[in-house]
Design a binder for this molecule. Structure first.
Ligand code: ADP
Ligand code: ZN
Length: 663
């Protein structure tokens, strides 16, 4: 396994030897405007520039693109990028062109003339990067075209699509093994954010990359705060979460069914948070329109099934919320990973409850597939449930799942670290639940679901309790020491720990092989206390600086006095983006805007030192940015003069101490 680190907010300085390296570094500065490579980028780029194959495993937002874009710029010829994400190629190419990189794409969305133009540019050696959909490589015309130009590197993006066992399998990826045979001298770099070793090996094999060096980055995403809250009224909880912490932020809400996607989007919109649905049941035009709005507008929420999100490289997604339990940790990690690619604070939030467990267990039992498939699904679910129920650091649990070493002291940026949950000895409570299940089955030959079990424990004479004479059971009313919510919590945790199981279409509760050990008191059952008020975390969100401006939450980590400038630049950016028909982040992303308002440059040269401001963008936007900043400083001169009037709008950071607002 390779070195770790590298994806923290601050770029790490890595000093690599070699001459190719200095050219790569110069390109990083000049074209991308970045200070230093992150993590293993330098090593990967050096390796590929030297003409060798690589397999790169990095989490979303880790910085994979530079790993092939820079070799494509440094080596002679055109870098050919194979990507399944046709809908995003235009944006990817636009983003590169905004940096002054000569990029183009060929896919089915183009008309004949557009394609001809790109083909001609490629043949004439006028392209640094060419994006291709994998199905194109099946066509002889494409292969002919490629052999008429000079190729610097092949990049195979989303390489896990070659894995037949993964959920993103694309048959066209299987044909990519021919690249190495036809172009033995062109280095190939395969990239993916899918972590498991099995997928890894499958990629090596199927893409025929036996000698590729493997680069495995740390999977930690330190800027994402993980939180899992008990589910009560999920839509309302979501609304409160968004209002308290993410006003005006862009984000994704995942739901399991199309129906709940639609209802949640309507609910949010009705409550003043603009949200659009996205699922496979919508026609292609609507889906494309909603995706495009998400990329182009500031602060839109997409409510989606998992059909949405792969390859979306919008850097300023500030939250990913799950209203239903994902089926595996891999899925959860990939989905939450779409938040905070720009390295600024983001939240992975999930509401989870008893019904999630019952529903998923039922799904596995009644679902398709053979026994082995069911066992694998159950193992995935168990790992996911363990994450939900853990009383320890969530990030630690995630990293351990991916075979990486977590920080033993906890991460300090997940709900369990911020508000450590209390645990209690739930042995007796567990015995009460299990005894009720046993009695129903042994004495009455009956099986019931969680609702009835809880009603019996609480001694509630509901219609159904009376109908079945359940008030005559000896366990009737033995559980008045806990509330209904607490009992549901106990049952949920027993299910998660495998001490109780779900059966059949109605989700009735039954014992498992291990239930006996609890009933015989051979085993203790430590349980997590149901938090009365879920952990809410950060500074500004809890400081009650309520509602208002769109930029507020995005800029949450900026001192107040920098907000007007940030908002002004954001408005300017939106205007530029609209004029050019590109998403705003292609002009400058939030992290770069933050850098600008923090430095407050007064000259083009100074502006060029901000991370994310390269040569081309400086030439295109430099004067515009400085004009926006100058127009802001002006009214300050008219304001009541205190000391140096020109500086009055820019107080020293310690002038108005608000320690909570600093990170
Ligand atoms: P991935 O493809 O791995 O999800 P990206 O290539 O989109 O990640 O990179 C994520 C973000 O990090 C982008 O906004 C990118 O510009 C930025 N980034 C990547 N490498 C660096 C670096 N060395 N310094 C500063 N920012 C970087
Ligand atoms: Zn933690």
């Amino acid at each position: 396994m390779g070195a770790t680190g590298g994806i923290s907010e601050m770029p790490q300085v890595t000093e690599g030897p070699g001459a190719a390296d200095s050219e790569a570094l110069a390109t990083l500065h000049r074209v991308f405007g970045y200070e230093a490579f992150r993590g293993e980028q330098a090593e990967i780029i050096e390796h590929v520039v030297a003409g060798k194959d690589a397999l790169v495993l990095m989490p979303t937002g880790g910085g994979k693109s530079l790993c092939y874009q820079i070799p494509a710029l440094v080596r002679a010829g055109t870098g050919v990028v194979i990507s399944p994400l046709i809908a995003l190629m235009q944006d990817q190419v636009d983003a590169l062109r905004a940096l002054g990189v000569r990029a183009g794409f060929i896919n089915s969305t183009q008309d004949f003339d557009e394609r001809r133009l790109v083909e001609a540019e490629f043949q004439a050696g006028e392209l640094d990067l060419l994006y291709l959909a994998p199905e194109r490589l099946r066509l002889d015309t494409t292969l002919d075209l490629l052999s008429r130009g000079k190729i610097s590197v092949f990049a195979i993006d989303e390489a896990h699509c070659v894995s037949q066992w993964g959920h993103d399998f694309r048959p066209d990826y299987l044909a990519l093994s021919l690249l190495g045979e036809r172009w033995p001298d062109v280095p190939r770099i395969a990239l993916t954010a899918t972590a498991t070793r099995a997928t890894h090996e499958e990629i090596t094999q199927r893409l025929n990359l036996p000698t590729a060096r493997h680069f495995v980055a740390s999977f930690d995403r330190p800027n994402i705060q993980y939180r899992i809250v008990p589910k009560a009224d999920p839509k309302k909880q979501l609304l409160a979460f968004l209002r308290e912490e993410h006003t005006g932020d862009a984000g994704i809400v995942y739901c399991l069914s199309r129906n709940s996607v639609e209802r949640t989007a309507e609910f949010l919109t009705a409550n003043g948070i603009e949200a659009v649905p996205y699922h496979a049941g919508l026609d292609a035009g609507t889906r494309a329109a909603h995706q495009s709005r998400f990329l182009r507008e500031d602060g839109l929420v997409v409510v989606a099934t998992i059909a949405f999100g792969m390859g979306i490289d919008k850097p300023d997604v500030r939250f990913v919320a799950h209203l239903d339990l994902p089926k595996s940790i891999e899925g959860y990690y990939q989905e939450t990973g779409r938040a905070g690619r720009d390295g600024l604070p983001a939240t992975g939030w999930m509401a989870y409850g008893l019904n999630d467990v019952i529903q998923q267990r039922k799904l596995i039992q009644s679902g398709e597939g053979d026994e082995a498939f069911r066992r694998r699904s159950a193992a995935h679910l168990d790992a996911m449930l363990a994450l939900c129920e853990t009383a320890r650091c969530r990030r630690g649990q995630l990293l351990a799942y991916f075979g990486q070493d977590p920080d033993a002291a906890g991460c300090g940026n997940c709900d369990t670290c911020l508000t450590p949950p209390e645990t209690w000895d739930g042995t007796v409570a567990a015995q009460k639940v299990l005894s009720t299940v046993v009695r129903l089955q042994r004495e009455r030959g009956q099986k019931f679901g969680a609702v009835q079990i809880v009603d019996i424990l609480l001694g509630k004479r509901t219609g159904k309790v009376i109908q079945f004479d359940h008030d005559q059971l000896s366990v009737f009313g033995i559980g008045t020491d806990l509330t209904e919510i607490e009992w549901r919590g106990v049952i949920r945790q027993l299910l998660a720990q495998g001490l109780l199981a779900v059966e059949g279409e109605y989700g009735t509760l039954v014992l498992t092989e291990t239930s006996g050990s609890v009933l015989r008191s051979d085993r203790e059952v430590p349980l997590r206390k149901e938090p009365k008020k879920p952990a809410v975390a950060r500074s500004r969100s809890t400081s009650g600086s309520g509602g208002g401006s769109k930029a507020k939450a995005v800029a949450a980590e900026l001192p107040d006095e920098l907000l007007p400038a940030f908002e002004a630049l954001r408005a300017w950016r939106t205007e530029q983006a609209r004029e050019q028909g590109v998403p705003p982040y292609i002009v400058f992303n939030d992290a770069t805007l933050r850098g600008i308002v923090t430095l407050r440059p007064t000259s083009v040269r100074e502006l060029g030192t901000v991370s994310g401001v390269g040569e081309k963008k400086l030439a295109t936007y430099g004067e515009g940015v400085l004009a926006v900043l100058a127009s802001l400083a002006a009214p300050a001169a008219a304001a009541p003069a205190v000391g140096d009037a020109a500086d009055a709008d820019w107080p020293e950071p310690d002038e108005e101490p608000e320690p909570d607002d600093w990170m």
